[in-house]
Design a binder for this molecule. Sequence first.
Ligand SMILES: [Zn+2]
Length: 155
Amino acid sequence: MADLLVHFASAYVAGRPLRDGRVRAIVYFGVCLPDLLFKTLLYAGHAPTWLCEPTHSPLGLLPFCYAGALLFEEAWRKRAFWALLGGSWLHLLLDLGKNHLGQGVILWAFPFSMDAVELGWYHPEDSPLLMLPALALIGLVELTGRLSARRPASP
Ligand SMILES: [Zn+2]
């Protein structure tokens, strides 16, 4: 849960400047997509871990985002695809900083290599400590957005 909040905060910062609320909502969903896919395949599908890991690779996410974009009407598919992919890649950037027991989880070169990388800046159990800063960041971005929207146009 805490991890999802931190991911959402990153999407909120990236998505808040977007004027189109629908694209913004798709980016928010896209930032959750890699973990939703991983956990759905692992727990609901009882898939082996090696089959779930491509959900945390830039190229491995392409078919999932493409399939997700097909759920939208034709005029929206291209925008939906890029919004899903952008959100998903943002998720990968945040996960790249984690320490997954020194093994890494991001398969940057999949399908050409199954080597996983990580930067090891924080541990997954540190996520609850990041909840308050994430909430503060969401509040700060929202406040800044509202204040700049109120500002009268300069002459
Ligand atoms: Zn993840």
